[in-house]
Design a protein around this ligand. Structure first.
Ligand code: HEM
Length: 366
């Protein structure tokens, strides 16, 4: 028979032990709050942004980008004239040529949308620089963006979700949003005053966000840039656009590239003192220095089917030495959203191309 063990005496000083347990609980709660983004309310997670884009699109289109879902791949080179080294030591600006893979796209998250319904004509670029460096960009045809902060992007998606019956946003929700967002009114004004290009090939593509450029000797300037076409601008006649067919922008580009290279000039625009460099909704005045850094040339084109541009993410924060992000809060949000969208579409697997190109590879007429 075993004798009973010593009975446990109550701890006469329980407070330190209780305090230690409370401290562990608080640390765990803080870790959860940090991971959930509650301690950084100004940081919007990539998943939240992509969820709201999916909500606005009305459903998920498996394997497609959650924004700018419809696109076509192009490739060619960038011929630098060396002038960009005045602003940045980035290898892209060293005189000479580097390969580039691009993706022309239209802004909607619905891959089957018609080209005449689009507000944004976009361009993704991936420059392959020496020593394995890359510079990726995603550019739009407007010089300014529709909102300045990620939280406003979410509120705008909610306000502008098309009503399934009318296919248009609820006017009351939009009115309420616009009444507190003058920057969005400014953007819509810009759209009203500036005609859209009739072709991907004769549009200008803007970085919109400013970035921080550093020269080889350490001089820092904030810079926006834009690719301006050599192809002369003609305006899209919106009243006739729907008669051009659902993929008229893509068919037009295919024909043009088959007929010969299409070209743009990369124009660097350094900020003047006093310019806001962290707000993409404010257009800079025309009295800015412009540096033509070289020519972007596309001479190859293919649908996305083979994945040569589809399977990249044109994250605007994949930057070379000599270029860094500015304090613009849209930039980290964009980077996180592009990555979340990429992870989802890659997990869903490749899918057939959204576009039925009507032109044959020999460039023949439709
Ligand atoms: C908070 C603001 C923004 C959000 C949440 C957002 C979100 C997205 C997402 C999720 C994608 C798809 C990424 C992928 O799957 O690879 C995308 C693509 C794109 N975005 Fe944005 N975007 C924002 C702002 C902008 C701005 C300011 C520009 C123009 C400077 C822009 C231009 C583009 C372009 C051109 C693409 C297509 C790139 C490609 O071909 O892969 N976006 N965006």
């Amino acid at each position: 028979m075993s004798s009973p063990g010593p009975s446990r005496k109550p701890n006469p000083h329980p407070l330190p032990a209780l305090a230690a347990i409370a401290l562990i609980v608080v640390v765990l709660l803080l870790l959860f709050a940090w991971a959930g983004g509650w301690l950084t309310p100004n940081r919007t997670s990539g998943s939240t942004l992509v969820n709201i884009l999916q909500f606005n699109a009305g459903r998920i289109y498996p394997g497609f980008r959650r924004a700018h879902a419809k696109g076509i791949c192009v490739s060619g080179h960038f011929e630098s004239n060396g002038a960009g080294t005045a602003l940045s030591s980035a290898a892209l600006f060293t005189q000479g040529s580097v390969p580039v893979i691009g993706r022309f796209n239209t802004g909607s998250g619905v891959p089957t949308s018609n080209d005449d319904e689009q507000i944004f004509h976009g361009l993704g670029l991936r420059f392959q620089l020496p020593d394995g460096e890359e510079w990726r960009m995603a550019l739009d045809q407007t010089p300014i963006f529709i909102v300045s902060k990620p939280a406003d992007f979410i509120a705008l998606q909610v306000a502008s979700k098309p009503d399934p019956a009318t296919h248009k946003p609820d006017p009351d929700k939009m009115k309420a949003f616009l009444s507190t967002h003058p920057e969005t009114v400014r953007f819509l004004d810009w759209l009203g005053k500036n005609p859209m290009p009739s072709s991907f090939a004769n549009g200008t593509y803007h970085s919109i966000n400013a970035f921080r450029f550093t020269t080889g000797t350490g001089t820092i300037r904030y810079v926006r840039w834009q690719f301006e076409p050599e192809q002369p601008f003609t305006a899209l006649d919106k009243s006739k656009a729907s008669a051009l067919g659902p993929n008229f922008l893509y068919n037009d580009l295919l024909q043009r590239v088959h007929n010969g290279p299409v070209k743009w000039h990369m124009i660097l625009i350094p900020a003047n003192p006093g310019d806001q460099t962290d707000n993409a909704t404010i257009e800079w005045t025309p009295d800015h220095q412009r540096i033509d850094a070289g020519t972007l040339v596309f001479d190859q084109i293919a649908t996305e089917e083979d994945g040569n541009c589809r399977d990249y993410n044109y994250d605007p924060l994949i930057l070379p030495k000599g270029v860094a992000r500015s304090e613009d809060p849209l930039l980290p949000a964009r980077s996180a959203a592009y990555s979340a969208s990429f992870r989802r579409r890659a997990a869903e697997g490749p899918r057939p191309d959204a576009i039925t190109i009507e032109l044959q590879k020999n460039g023949g007429a439709q």
